[in-house]
Design a protein around this ligand. Structure first.
Ligand code: HEC
Length: 395
């Protein structure tokens, strides 16, 4: 028996990451909804209560109240929400190390952009992540903090800059993943460095019999709201590694910007519809942005692969190209280190399989240019074009 621990560790971590992420985002959605749905209650005698809400769920009635700052005495049991965030970040970071840093040569480095060793790539990746938090946190402490919309817009532009810069140094897939990690890290750090410590200070003041500082609660609330708007973009980015037409596009940073905007507009719709009269304009704007991204992606993609003339390429040439650039991995028993089985279940060692998978090969090699993985074999643009011409002639 041979136990290949890495893929199992990958699966276990991913499972944990998704479970914790669902719990975290679920509570973020719930509490923002709760805040937006609170209303002053008739007959409420406690001056400190800002609003209340009734709800029915799972066969029972719930009655919640929110205090402007804090109640005048400490309740016996107080529930905290933090492990959802910490577990999501820790499991996500472990996955990042396992896949993108330990196999940086396959998933993170693009030698055509920058020939980095695994250690260099990991160091650079972590430097980007740290810089992301430092910049975001400084923005939140600057005078911009008084204007949430402006602060959000500046952070958006900063992220766009990060996406652009990352795409200059890393593979498209690695760059896009790092944008997601920068956002996710800012969100988890908001919980760890701001929200929870401020709540602790509030509780400590109450236990000492002092009046807690309302500014602590307001700062925490602001970070919590930022996190809420970052959830939809970050979920999209984290699932985007299934979509080469997104991360393999040379304008992936612009596509990410458009999709991020789309996610925020959609979140805004859901947040505000409990507050104002329902304004479907936000939802429509989010959907329109998504469609604009799709169109831009397909236009920009047709421009960057120009197949050679099909007459120039024989199947024998294609077979040779596949043998040179693919079958060390895509074989029943791969000879490439670290692969014990054909990746994605794809075997390209016989002619019939190459022909049957022509469309998939085209997507990966010609359109998105993500195979051969990490371009370890140094396939040239001309060779990609030859494969492209052959596939097109099959249609
Ligand atoms: C270093 C190993 C390696 C080499 C070399 C390589 N691949 Fe892959 N290939 C992979 C891995 C790993 C995956 C799975 C990707 C993932 O999980 O994101 C994959 C996935 C694929 C897929 C499936 C994508 C899908 O539809 O799910 C195709 C098609 C593909 N490779 C084609 C090729 C072709 C064609 C070549 C040669 C030009 C090539 N690969 C070279 C490792 C390799």
């Amino acid at each position: 028996m041979e136990l290949d621990i890495i893929p199992w560790a990958n699966m276990a971590l991913r499972w944990l990451h998704v479970i914790a992420g669902i719990a975290w985002i679920g509570s973020s959605f719930y509490f923002i909804w709760l805040d937006n749905s609170l209303r002053p209650e008739k007959g409420e005698t406690d001056e400190g209560v800002a609003g209340a809400l009734w709800a029915v769920h799972g066969g029972g009635f719930y009655h919640k109240k929110k205090y402007r700052v804090a109640p005048d005495h400490m309740p016996d049991t107080l529930h905290w929400f933090k492990w959802e965030a910490y577990t999501t970040w820790l499991s996500g970071f472990a996955l990042l190390v396992l896949m993108y840093y330990m196999s940086a040569n396959l998933y993170l480095v693009d030698k055509a952009k920058l020939a980095l060793s695994n250690w260099q790539a990991a160091g650079l990746g972590m430097a980007f992540i740290a810089a992301g938090w430092i910049l975001y946190n400084s923005l939140c402490r600057s005078p911009l903090r008084r204007n949430d919309a402006l602060l959000g817009a500046v952070w958006f532009v900063v992220l766009l800059g990060f996406a652009f810069a990352l795409n200059r140094v890393f593979s498209g897939r690695g760059a896009v993943m790092h944008v997601g990690v920068i956002i996710g890290t800012a969100m988890a750090a908001n919980v760890f460095f701001i929200i929870i410590p401020n709540q602790r200070k509030t509780v400590a003041a109450m236990l000492a019999g002092e009046a807690p500082d309302p500014a602590l609660g307001l700062a925490a609330k602001q970070r919590s709201l930022h996190n809420n708007y970052m959830t939809l973009p970050v979920v999209l980015i984290m699932t985007s590694n299934h979509y080469p037409m997104l991360f393999g596009n040379p304008y992936n940073w612009a596509l990410l910007g458009g999709l991020g905007l789309s996610g925020m507009l959609i979140r805004h719709f859901f947040n505000r519809r409990h507050h104002d009269d329902v304004n479907y304009g936000w939802l429509a704007a989010g959907a329109a942005m998504f469609i604009a991204v799709m169109i831009f992606a397909s236009i920009s993609q047709t421009g960057f692969h120009k197949p050679a003339s099909a007459d120039d390429v024989s199947f024998a040439q294609v077979r040779t190209l596949i043998k040179t650039h693919c079958t060390m991995c895509h074989a029943q028993n791969p000879s490439h280190d670290g692969f014990d089985a054909p990746p994605a279940g794809l075997v390209l060692t016989d002619d019939a399989a190459i022909k049957a998978n022509a469309a998939r090969i085209y997507q990966q090699v010609v359109v998105a240019k993500i195979m051969p993985l990490g371009n370890e074999t140094g396939i040239t643009e001309a060779e990609r074009a030859q494969i492209g011409a052959w596939v097109q002639a099959q249609k």
